[in-house]
Design a protein around this ligand. Structure first.
Ligand code: BES
Ligand code: ZN
Ligand code: ZN
Length: 510
């Protein structure tokens, strides 16, 4: 029997922080002192521990540091966690997201059931972050930090609280309104991100193309503005989706193409349609071009792009921006067997273009090319795809950033803007004709591997050939999908891309 993932609720309250009963009260501290008058007053009521912490060198308000203090009945909360915010003049949404995440992470570690957060109350033109943005970032950070993946650990729920009730605090009524508005948005994106993390963390014997499709249907059934249809193997064959079929043919778990449609109320024929495409290889063994055994277990995360789209569609459908969005998730398991596709095969893709297979491990592009071409037939003029596509991308930009490529400067800029807001970092890489050349085959239109160099760029250049006629961007999240988590986070998926895609879509719908 599976345990339930911790249930997080986020509220906002105008209150005197010292009077708030909580198992843990997180109080923001900049390098130059408490974040606001209310935070300073908590410190004073406790007898001024911040001064001593600083003298001892134990805590100086640096970002990503904290100090726990026991309150001995001096205030209503049982513990205070001073959370470092770094230099005051460098505050941005990331500062608040990370501080809230750190507080929530510690709260769950201490089995706290209630968490109060007093992290930000700057207002007016000089404020570095608007209160609404602050509310959103704090709510998202709470969800991120509280997350644990323990559904298969016996009695996990007994080792931690099953629910965390978090309350963002502020001393003033007028700040509370804006914080609350942002927190309501953040609670939605945070829940979608946690949902995505769980889906990505589930192993390949649990998440197959078919069970992933069933999860997508279940999700759509729970949100009125979301619809889900699934192309099964028969329909994929009828539509001649040769790429998805080729990759899936070696597995006992047949492939699917999951299509999620979000339509806002009052959408007309003129409302633009944006396609979000995500690679969902539920397990990437490499196929006949088998991967080495070491670390192969991480290839359950090869569905992370598809899961990011699934999570984003959930958030988008709840937030209801005024733009049509179609999420397309090609799902397949890449396995070696007597039925597998092989090196040397020539595959006819949905677009009609033929591809010479040189390496069955370059399977992501083979399922994405069909989904991208199909998105165009569904009316998508703008398409963004996300995929754990190449090890080369991790070599190029590391495991904390995703590669960003595409055929339209303004789309690239819009994605960069969304990325700055959510802190899911992107780095622009080229995929122009020079790389397209490397993907040409002597016996087919294209081949599925390029030369030795620029593997992330040649993979994107391959995809670009199926996106012609649409504005298209590609996010290679190989590093962040598989190895993105750091020591301070729950191991496994970080749900990269959910907030990024949601923010990008929200900006379109404004
Ligand atoms: N899923 C992998 C890419 C990957 C590698 C993701 C490491 C996360 C971490 C992808 O399907 C793959 O195997 N790509 C090959 C392409 C090559 C054969 C051209 C790669 O990167 O080696
Ligand atoms: Zn592969
Ligand atoms: Zn793969």
């Amino acid at each position: 029997m599976k345990n339930r993932i911790i249930d997080v609720s986020v509220g906002t309250r105008r209150a005197d922080a010292a009077a708030v009963k909580a198992d843990l009260l997180a109080v923001g501290v900049f390098e130059d002192g408490p974040c606001c008058a209310a935070a300073a007053s908590v410190n004073k009521t406790l007898g001024g521990p911040l001064k001593r912490l600083k003298q001892l060198g134990d805590f100086e308000g640096k970002a990503q540091t904290s100090a726990m203090v026991y309150t001995d009945g001096k205030i209503a909360a049982s513990r205070v966690l001073f959370v470092g915010l770094g230099p005051r003049d460098k505050t941005d949404v990331q500062t608040l997201f990370k501080a809230a995440a750190l507080a929530a992470h510690q709260a769950v570690d201490r089995k706290a059931k209630t968490l109060g957060l007093l992290l930000y109350c700057a207002q007016g033109k000089a404020a570095p972050v608007s209160l609404e943005q602050a509310g959103q970032a704090i709510a998202e950070g709470i969800g991120f930090g509280a997350y644990r993946y323990d559904e298969y650990i016996e009695q996990a729920a007994k080792k931690r609280a099953s629910k965390l009730t978090a309350t963002i605090l502020t001393a003033e009524a007028k700040t509370a309104v804006a914080l609350k508005k942002g927190a309501a948005i953040g609670a939605i994106t945070a829940a979608a991100q946690s949902y995505a993390r769980t889906m990505a963390n589930r192993p390949a014997n649990v998440i197959t193309p078919a069970t992933l499709a069933a999860e997508a249907k279940k999700l759509a059934a729970s949100i009125p503005s979301l619809r889900c249809s699934v192309l099964e193997q028969k329909q994929l064959s009828a539509k001649k989706m040769g790429g998805i079929l080729a990759v899936g043919q070696g597995s006992a778990n047949p492939p699917r193409l999951i299509v999620l449609e979000y339509k806002p109320a009052g959408a007309s024929a003129k409302t633009p349609v944006i396609g979000l495409v995500g690679k969902a290889i539920t397990f990437d063994s490499g196929g006949i071009s088998l991967k080495p055994g070491q670390g192969m277990e991480d290839m359950k995360f090869d569905k992370s792009g598809g899961i990011a789209v699934l999570g984003a569609m959930r958030a988008i459908a709840h937030l209801e921006p005024h733009v049509n969005v179609i999420g397309l998730i090609p799902a397949a398991e890449n396995m070696p067997s007597g039925a597998s596709y092989r090196p040397g095969d020539i595959v006819t893709t949905y677009s009609g273009k033929t591809v010479e297979i040189q390496n069955t491990d370059a399977e992501g592009r083979m399922i994405l090319c069909d989904a991208i071409a199909y998105a165009k037939t569904l009316g998508c003029r703008t398409i963004v795809d996300m995929a754990t596509l190449t090890g080369a991308c991790v070599v190029a930009v590391g495991a904390k950033r995703a590669g960003l490529m595409g055929n339209d400067e303004s789309l690239i800029e819009q994605l960069k803007a969304a990325s700055v807001k959510t802190g899911e970092r992107l780095w622009h890489l080229p995929c122009d004709d020079e790389f397209v050349e490397a993907m040409k085959s002597k016996i087919a239109d294209l081949k599925n591997v390029g030369g030795k160099w620029g593997g992330a760029c040649t993979a994107a250049a391959f995809l670009s050939q199926f996106a012609q006629g649409a504005k298209w961007a590609h996010i290679d999240m190989a590093g962040v999908g598989v190895w993105g988590a750091d020591e301070k986070q729950a191991p496994g998926s970080i749900g990269f891309g959910v907030r990024l895609l949601t923010e990008f879509i929200r900006a379109q719908g404004k």
